[in-house]
Design a protein around this ligand. Structure first.
Ligand code: SF4
Length: 600
């Protein structure tokens, strides 16, 4: 199962596609035959993401390519038994280019003939018990044969070497195969000039595809089918509709959880350095934490924590974002590597934002999703779920879907928030001895009386502010990694230093991740009243309290949830990425609507 990390992508996307190089690499012909969508991602959009398969393949190719040999031009090649590696050839006739792993020369009877040998990591196909070439490999090696011929060499066939079984498969290139390759080249060029091809349907190729986490083949097909099944109900997916008729199950082709973990540096005076591939955290010269670079997804720095230049350089090189917060957890910046070249995705993002009707449609979906999720949280966690409030929130969620303007949507969201936070205290369930603990400490209590901020004036508001700050940061990281501009949104209007798109995408997740983490921290006593300090009207968490809350937040991010439309379980952290990718699907035009995440 693919475990894509949130590594930035090199993506250049339509519309207004960049001009492509005239020569098509033969490797891309292989990708086209494997899957036209994969070809389009890699060749047209410049997306590449390594997988275990591609890493292994690259290593094999490096070993082969590492020993260059001499190879005379065709007219002077008179010697059999020569092996030459890493030969670059092109053909203006075919508008084709290739780097050949290996070319061998042999006596062909009527003169010296050459044979290209291409190395493949896997196994050959099976043809009645005999090893055979896979169609994509067959096209690639045939293209190499044609390149050799166009450069004057006598070449009848190519050889595929499958490393997994150590078997060679010979591919003779006759007139029929030559015509087939010419036709495939034509089809590939036509595909490159068009839109992104649709995903393969239920294909066994997808689980092994390195781009499966970007492509989301089954997810895109399933959501598109769901849209078609709701076509009679209008463009917008109904939030309270009955579940759709079960279609083909969506295969879970990406891992449920991220294998990497975030690093939180919370204690003042900490110093972060690098030793080899290990990040070391020291406090007063004592080594307090070590983490291997390949295990860290992001670094979060609170207040006065020093990170060495060497560590920053390594984080940039490996695309690990470093997120900075003030001592009171105000999120104010990220350091990333030279990551996003996804300029055309951003253009589509801006283009849609400039279309007020489309922007409103997206905003409606996000706000309605948030209200629905707030309502579900109340339903699930309130000590005595208030029927009138739940009814009102259902009405407001429906109204949000039909809001005639951004201003009216703001009003609906505000009314729902007022109802929700009015009943928020009913979800706080401190233990009986909790109040005693509270009065023994700073005299603070978890008696929430409404949302306040800048500064938060009670412990629950301090926790909510920290939770929203963390979630804003996480969605900003997701937006940047995928190539969005986090500062240009559809609901939140652009304002200096405000990551509007991250805030947009965050709306449905505020109750499910941030509020839920706060409830969990309070109700399970991961944070107690002693974990707060008061300074004037402001209430803030101590270092210990913040550590306790961040633990609750990470537990929530790592917990699994069933996606209602895709019907598989993923962590909330993975879900943030999936939802952002579904926004790309919407901007690409593959989905008619943006489906906000609405928990059942
Ligand atoms: S995941 Fe499947 S549909 Fe998508 S690019 Fe890969 S092979 Fe093609």
């Amino acid at each position: 199962m693919a475990t894509p990390s949130l590594q930035p992508e090199n993506v250049e996307t339509s519309p207004g596609k960049k001009p492509l190089p005239e020569l098509l690499p033969a490797r891309m012909l292989n990708e086209f035959v494997y899957c036209p969508r994969l070809f389009y991602y890699e060749w047209v959009e410049g997306v590449f993401r390594g997988s275990a398969d591609t890493a292994d393949g690259s290593a094999r190719h490096r070993r082969v390519d590492g020993e260059p040999g001499a190879f005379a031009p065709a007219p002077q090649l008179a010697e059999a038994g020569i092996k030459a590696r890493s030969i670059e050839l092109s053909s203006d006739r075919l508008k084709l280019f290739a780097r050949l792993d290996l070319v061998e020369s042999a006596d062909g009877g009527a003169g010296v003939e050459v044979t290209p040998v291409d190395y493949k990591r896997g196994r050959p196909a099976d043809a009645d018990g005999m090893p055979a070439a896979w169609p994509a490999d067959r096209a690639q090696i045939a293209a190499q044969v044609l390149l050799l011929r166009d450069n004057g060499y006598a070449c009848r066939e190519g050889v595929l070497y499958y490393a997994a079984t150590k078997q060679r498969v010979t591919v003779p290139v006759d007139a029929a195969l030559e015509a087939e390759i010419a036709s495939l080249l034509e089809q590939a060029r036509t595909a490159a000039a068009g839109p992104l091809p649709p995903p393969l349907e239920d294909s066994p190729k997808c689980p092994r595809c390195s781009l499966v986490g970007i492509c989301l083949p089954d997810e895109t097909s399933a959501l598109h089918a769901l849209e078609l099944s709701h076509a009679g109900a209008g463009r917008q997916l109904a939030l309270f509709a009955e579940p759709a008729e079960p279609g083909r199950p969506v295969r879970q082709l990406v891992s449920a959880r991220d294998d990497l973990r975030p690093l939180y540096l919370n204690s003042q005076g900490m110093r972060v350095g690098k030793s080899g591939q290990v990040i070391q955290v020291r406090e007063k010269d004592a080594l307090v934490q070590e983490a291997r670079l390949g295990e860290i997804s992001q670094v979060n720095v609170f207040g006065n924590v020093q990170v060495s230049t060497q560590a920053i350089q390594e984080f940039c090189r490996t695309n690990v974002p470093v997120c900075y917060f003030s001592h009171s957890a105000w999120f104010y910046g990220i350091t990333t590597g030279l990551s996003s070249r996804n300029v055309l995705l951003r253009r589509r993002q801006f283009h849609t934002a400039d279309n007020s009707a489309l922007a409103l449609e997206l905003a409606r979906a996000l706000v309605a999703g948030k209200i629905r999720n707030q309502r579900t949280l109340l339903q699930r966690n309130h000590i005595a779920p208030p029927p009138e409030a739940l009814l009102q929130m259902k009405r407001l969620a429906d109204e949000a879907l039909l809001a005639p303007s951004q201003a009216s949507l703001l009003g609906i969201e505000g009314a729902a928030a007022a109802t929700y936070f009015q009943h928020f205290p009913g979800m706080l369930k401190p233990e009986d001895d909790f109040d005693a603990g509270a009065s023994a400490g700073a005299g603070l209590r978890f008696d929430f009386r409404g949302r306040n901020r800048r500064p938060p004036r009670d412990p629950v508001n301090a926790l909510l502010s920290l939770a929203y700050s963390m979630l804003t940061k996480d969605l900003t990281v997701v937006c940047q990694a995928l190539g969005f501009d986090p500062y240009w949104g559809y609901y939140h209007q652009p304002r200096f230093s405000r990551p509007a798109l991250a805030l947009d995408l965050m709306e449905p997740f505020r109750p499910l991740i941030a509020d839920s983490a706060v409830l969990s921290a309070v109700n399970t006593r991961m944070v107690t009243a002693d974990d707060f300090v008061q300074s004037g009207p402001a209430v803030a968490l101590t270092e210990k309290g913040r550590k306790g809350f961040l633990h609750a937040y990470e537990l929530r991010m790592g917990s699994l949830v069933t996606h209602p439309d895709l019907d598989y379980r993923v962590s909330y952290r993975r879900l943030l990425e999936i939802q952002a990718r579904l926004l790309i699907r919407y901007l690409d035009g593959e989905l008619m609507t943006y489906p906000p995440f609405v928990t059942r």
